[in-house]
Design a protein around this ligand. Structure first.
Ligand SMILES: [Zn+2]
Length: 281
């Protein structure tokens, strides 16, 4: 935090003060401060899943719909571990700061996240205010899929052997056809992801954005490798005149001189902005 640019922090506080509407845009880097692994960080995937490292399995190979056919206990070992981890982990304090700023604005706040962890809901954001562009691990769908149904994962409690990263108990089943169920998440090479829930969330977000004025986007931990979140932020800047605060330790460059670039992790940057906002009140 010591090397964070104070001018940028002050400008971010200005943008929050001047805004009527807040859009929170979050990618994998947002969860790091909650203690969640970033699979794309240095050695990230195999550090989090040493059993998969020993077998030489890459993230894209395990996070694939084909793995639910060829090695279902392994696929659910990986996703079951993540489901349990996300259920057990508390979102860091930055979530609460964002929520507080949103509550001071009218018409409030919306969230666009590629994270499937459900942590914005867990931090108290309304489900109606959240778009999960890559889906949610807390929802299931048929692996075939036989139909477009998406249902809650709350009845499923995975038991995973961490030594082998395999599911020990029975995997969830599709209630319609009996095939194995899978998380309602967009995976690698995924032709079967049912995006109905995400599309409905996004169309509601679009309607909200069309009506909102003076939008500030606070984007955190959004990489360029899978740029869904960065594209979304840029689109609001270009088409809706939004201002952007980009918080990113490695790729903080912003599209225009009106935007603010903060090289740092989400929690430290949000706390620095919150301190700047508080000094003025
Ligand atoms: Zn089915």
């Amino acid at each position: 935090m010591a090397d964070m640019d104070d001018t940028a922090i002050q400008r971010a506080a200005d943008l929050i003060e001047d805004a009527d509407a807040l859009v929170v845009a979050a990618d994998a880097g947002m969860g790091i401060d909650s203690g969640l692994p970033d699979f794309r960080g240095p050695g990230g995937f195999w550090t989090a899943y040493p059993a998969l490292g020993r077998r030489g399995l890459e993230f894209y190979e395990v996070a694939s719909p084909r793995t639910f056919e060829t090695a279902p206990a392994l696929a659910w070992g990986f996703y079951g571990h993540r489901l349990a981890l996300y259920r057990q982990t508390s979102p860091h304090a930055g979530f609460g700061l964002l929520k507080g700023w949103g509550e001071q604005m009218f018409p409030g706040c919306r969230v666009f996240t590629s994270n499937v962890d459900g942590h914005f809901q867990r931090a108290g954001f309304s489900d109606d205010a959240i778009t999960e562009c890559h889906g949610s691990i807390h929802h299931l769908q048929c692996s075939r899929p036989c139909c477009g149904d998406v249902w809650s994962a709350e009845d499923f409690s995975p038991v995973v052997d961490d030594e082998t990263c395999t599911l020990v108990n029975d995997p969830p089943k599709c209630p319609w056809c009996g095939a194995i169920a899978r998380p309602n998440i967009m995976m690698f090479g995924d032709m079967g992801w049912i995006d109905r829930r995400s599309r409905r969330q996004e169309s509601e977000l679009r309607r909200w954005v069309d009506k909102a004025t003076r939008i500030v986007v606070i984007e955190m931990g959004a990489g360029t490798a899978i740029p869904s979140v960065r594209h979304f932020s840029h689109e609001l800047v270009v088409n809706h005149g939004a201002r952007l605060v980009r918080i990113n330790p490695k790729e903080p460059a912003v599209p225009t001189q009106h935007d603010v670039s903060i090289a740092g992790l989400a929690l430290a940057a949000l706390q620095a902005i919150a301190a700047a906002v508080a000094e003025r009140q």
